[in-house]
Design a protein around this ligand. Structure first.
Ligand code: MGP
Length: 192
């Protein structure tokens, strides 16, 4: 009896026309951003700041988003901070010294903190403002009264901070309460 020759599946020799490094397949952001964490352990405020990592692509941000705890899972006294690479998340940094912040109060809407944090971070790293250059970073403080704050570079640049504030308000919806303050004062310059 003649034995039938069984042929295995044909393996086509496949050649990728161009070898694309995986890094080049990611979508770059306009800026590189540093992700900071504050844990209230040490006496001096600035000693509690840790720069965890830097990201500069959309994909790397989503990786971090899935890997890290959401703000609502942090413990009391902790902060997350995302600032343009090179800007330290403190008033003393040259980029913040003349600046201020849009404070988003989460007093009554704490349950929505994670969504609001994500919305504001995406708005910021996606460079959705006309005055992107005026945006320094964003902070979420886990306290009895939690807060999200977008820091801008120049508290005397009314046009810039108002445009930024309006975009944040539009993204978060009519119930979001925003107030703008100079870093060296707790007085509200603007509310919306
Ligand atoms: P906070 O953590 O921003 O807000 O500031 P919190 O805890 O809600 O308190 P509140 O004062 O807004 O009601 C708390 C304290 O941390 C400040 O009073 C400062 O002593 C210190 N601190 C906060 N920041 C953002 C800075 C900073 O940029 N530089 C320095 N040196 N100290 C800061």
């Amino acid at each position: 009896m003649s034995q039938q020759k069984v042929e295995g599946p044909k393996v086509m020799e496949q050649k990728t026309p161009v070898e694309v490094p995986i890094e080049d397949m990611k979508h770059p952001l306009e800026h590189a951003w540093s992700f900071w964490m504050f844990t209230n352990d040490k006496k001096k405020w600035e000693d509690n700041l840790v720069e965890l990592t830097t990201f500069d692509t959309v994909e790397d941000y989503w990786c971090l988003y899935h890997y890290m705890k959401s703000p609502s899972e942090l413990t009391m006294g902790q902060d997350y901070m995302i600032f343009k690479k090179g800007i330290q998340p403190m008033w003393e940094d040259a980029a913040n010294r003349r600046g201020g912040r849009w404070l988003i109060s989460l007093e009554k809407r704490k349950g929505e903190m994670d969504r609001m944090w994500l919305d504001v971070v995406l708005l910021m790293i996606g460079e959705n403002f006309e005055h992107n250059d005026d945006v320094c970073g964003v902070v979420v403080n886990i306290r009895g009264k939690c807060k999200i704050a977008v820091w801008t570079a120049d508290a005397s640049n009314h046009k810039a901070y108002m445009e930024i504030g309006r975009k944040i308000k539009d993204a978060l919806g009519p119930y979001a309460k925003l107030s703008y303050q100079h870093h060296n004062s707790s007085k509200n310059i603007h509310t919306m």
